[in-house]
Design a protein around this ligand. Structure first.
Ligand SMILES: *[C@@H]1O[C@H](CO)[C@@H](O)[C@H](O)[C@H]1NC(C)=O
Ligand SMILES: *[C@@H]1O[C@H](CO)[C@@H](O)[C@H](O)[C@H]1NC(C)=O
Ligand SMILES: *[C@@H]1O[C@H](CO)[C@@H](O)[C@H](O)[C@H]1NC(C)=O
Ligand SMILES: *[C@@H]1O[C@H](CO)[C@@H](O)[C@H](O)[C@H]1NC(C)=O
Ligand SMILES: *[C@@H]1O[C@H](CO)[C@@H](O)[C@H](O)[C@H]1NC(C)=O
Length: 350
């Protein structure tokens, strides 16, 4: 796989304040060049990893990836300022970058971007390919695991080699922090890139993949153009959304490709040779992954999941008691947030 990064440009017009005086946030757009092979059959559960040359096709394109960058506005007064490290935050299916800073209670309580910023850590919450303000390829079947994962890795490479804002970066270390399908995309990238991964650590929340599993379709998953014709009427019908936000309140609905769900089971039969440190963070009440008391015995769960990461420098699982699948959006959010920060600090020091 050939991967190149082109130059970045900025949109400085949008300045947000996430958590009061201590955090400075700004929109950024990073163009990434992705050159990957995707399976011709978008339902391929291995994302093309097990395909032969005839059953894959090439996607060679440049995409704009948008996101919200946040950093402590006064690093000196922040706890534990660490301006060498950037967290790249990757949301899950039917969400966008706002998962990391949902506009609820004036952005307090549920904003991991603000929480970590207050603790001296910068972050970039990105919109995945095809989602939110990032490029939405005309043909949804271009948005598959290889494309999305490569775009994420290219963003990380860019952040390590260039400055995204005057006086900001490049960063020495990039820690990938994923939720659900975002964790799956980071995992896919780790499978493909192994020791060449640009990530210095991975924190994967809301996803277990060693046992037979898949991310179930959200309730009412439907073609975005049928769901909201006024907004998405022109989209390829392969882009989907869900109007039933029962399980996902308060994030805004956004379109996403069902091809993004082509990730279950793909590490079975193909080891991950990622060599950095890995942590998984689960909610004990995650109905999709932790049913039947599956996340009660953390030692057993860790042993089972660790098998998938044979080359990882370290592997840990932390379980937030009482949290559901969307760990960031319930009353225990700050417990998971502290867990994330602890892992980021640990991984940054390795
Ligand atoms: C891939 O895209 C790049 C940049 O657009 C272009 O220079 C290159 O020729 C393309 N490669 C192929 C094989 O099409
Ligand atoms: C990225 O955004 C810039 C500025 O809006 C635009 O000029 C460029 O064509 C976009 N590139 C892609 C690949 O969409
Ligand atoms: C949300 O944050 C505010 C301000 O920090 C606090 O007073 C309030 O108790 C928090 N609410 C919840 C549900 O945690
Ligand atoms: C999308 O691309 C695939 C693969 O090239 C092609 O088979 C399909 O017809 C395209 N769909 C549309 C709507 O153009
Ligand atoms: C939304 O989905 C939930 C299950 O997750 C279901 O209980 C509820 O009835 C659904 N609401 C609508 C309006 O379809």
């Amino acid at each position: 796989m050939l991967l190149l990064v082109f130059g970045a440009f900025l949109r400085l017009s949008c300045i947000l304040v996430a958590s009061g005086a201590s955090c400075y946030c700004s929109s950024v757009v990073i163009p990434v060049h992705v050159d990957v092979l995707v399976p011709k059959d978008p339902t391929d559960k291995f994302g093309g990893l097990k395909s032969n040359a005839r059953s894959v096709r090439r996607v060679n394109n440049t995409f704009n990836i948008s996101g919200t960058f946040c950093q402590p506005s006064n690093p000196v007064s922040a706890q534990n300022p660490n301006l060498d490290v950037l967290q790249l935050l990757v949301h899950g299916l039917t969400y966008n970058s706002q998962y990391w800073s949902p506009p609820v209670e004036e952005f307090r309580n549920y904003s991991y971007a603000a929480f970590s910023c207050d603790r001296g850590l910068a972050s970039l919450a990105m919109d995945s390919l095809g989602v939110g303000s990032s490029s939405r390829p005309g043909n949804a079947s271009d948005v598959q695991c290889p494309t999305s994962a490569a775009a994420i890795s290219q963003v990380a490479r860019y952040l390590k080699t260039a400055s995204i804002l005057p006086g900001v970066g490049p960063f020495n270390k990039i820690i990938g922090v994923g939720h659900s399908a975002g964790s799956a995309m980071l995992t896919f990238g780790a499978i493909v890139e192994g020791s060449q991964s640009p990530f210095d650590g991975l924190i994967l929340s809301g996803l277990l993949i060693v046992e037979p599993c898949s991310i179930p379709d959200p309730p009412g998953l439907a073609s975005a153009r049928e769901d909201t014709p006024a907004r998405w009427g022109a989209l390829d019908p392969g882009y989907v959304t869900t109007s039933n936000r029962t399980l996902y309140y308060p994030a805004d609905p956004r379109s996403f490709s069902p091809r993004m769900m082509v990730f279950d089971n793909f590490i079975r039969g193909r080891g991950v040779h990622y060599t950095g440190p890995v942590a998984k963070v689960m909610g004990s009440a995650d109905q999709q992954f932790c049913g039947a008391g599956r996340c009660e015995d953390v030692a057993a769960l860790t042993a089972a999941e660790r098998v998938a990461w044979p080359a990882a420098k370290s592997f840990n699982i932390a379980v937030t008691q009482g949290s559901g699948h969307d760990l960031n959006l319930d009353f225990m959010a700050d417990v998971s947030f502290q867990t994330f920060v602890n892992f980021v600090d640990l991984f940054s020091s390795l």
